[in-house]
Design a protein around this ligand. Structure first.
Ligand code: PAF
Length: 278
């Protein structure tokens, strides 16, 4: 696997590969890789000739400086995982390589920015679009792979790609779960054994809602989920919503495609999860 820390060296390598007729697939990550990321790489290999994984803990998408500071950065282990997964290229830039001092960014992505996650993490999606725009601009992938776990993030980036007519195809890959149901996330390493046991209620509730879907009304499903999630005093619920799978506005009885989304804090760890209902 080739490792690049600068934009120019990566761009030089990729333009050579492109001129030889190869397509490029990008898996953008913040590192602390797990099986979820590896599944994105496996999917990418089905679509593209050259697979690039980026590892960059993007400071502009963190609202809490403590969260940024404690974000896991096991780079040696990540490199080993990428080699084992057959990744071709790792792009691992520094903050200075990615950002100019005093740089600003604003992209109007409409209501998607301030609903659900956006409400609890103001500015988060500006930071995400800022860094993903840069990665797309540097790497010019033909395909980009994102996990369904960050469902709203996929919708936000797809909106940016559509609005700016970016010439790439977005691929959303299914959530990879621990055997007990917990959605894989780099943040899971911060969960204690007890917290991990409590956090299973998130996916269990989503599966229950999917099971009851079509038998109960949307309001009844929401009530059932909130009741289940708030029955555990160790879980601090931020939101549970059943939304239109495209726009993420709250679903109505006649909404065609629906997704249930949940966010909650378990101890100090904030977890998100979702399930596509139909
Ligand atoms: O999902 C993530 O890990 C990050 O939000 C992303 C897409 C790599 C941008 O920093």
């Amino acid at each position: 696997m080739k490792i690049f820390n600068t934009r120019s060296s990566l761009q030089q390598y990729l333009s050579q590969k492109r001129s030889e007729g190869n397509t490029t697939g990008l898996v953008p990550t913040m590192g602390a890789l797990h099986k979820g990321h590896i599944s994105l790489l496996a999917e990418a290999k089905k679509y593209a000739d050259v697979i690039v994984c980026s590892i960059f803990v993007n400071p502009t998408q963190f609202n809490d400086p403590k969260d940024l500071e404690k974000y896991p950065r096991p780079i040696e282990h990540d490199i080993e995982m990428l080699i084992n997964a057959g990744c071709d290229v790792l792009f691992n830039p520094t903050v200075d390589e990615m950002y100019q001092p005093g740089e600003t960014w604003h992209l109007d992505i409409g209501p998607l920015e301030s609903m659900l996650e956006g409400k609890f993490r103001p500015g988060h999606y500006q930071g995400v679009t800022q860094v993903v725009f840069k990665l797309f601009d540097i790497i010019k992938p033909d395909f980009a792979f994102f996990g369904q776990k960050d469902y709203q993030q996929v919708k936000v980036i797809t909106r940016m790609v559509d609005m700016l007519h970016m010439p790439l195809k977005m691929i959303m890959c299914p959530i990879v779960r621990e055997p007990e149901g917990l959605a894989m996330s780099s943040r899971n390493v911060h969960l204690s054994t007890n917290e991990r046991a409590n956090s299973i209620l998130l996916s269990a509730t989503l599966y229950n809602v999917k099971h009851q879907f079509g038998k109960l009304t949307i309001d009844e499903l929401k009530q059932l989920a909130v009741k289940e999630l708030t029955s555990n005093p160790n879980i601090q619920l931020d939101y549970f919503e059943i939304a239109d799978a495209d726009t993420l506005v709250p679903a109505k009885a006649d909404t065609q495609h629906m997704v249930a989304l949940v966010a909650a804090k378990v101890g100090n760890v904030r977890l998100i999860d979702n399930i596509i209902l139909n």
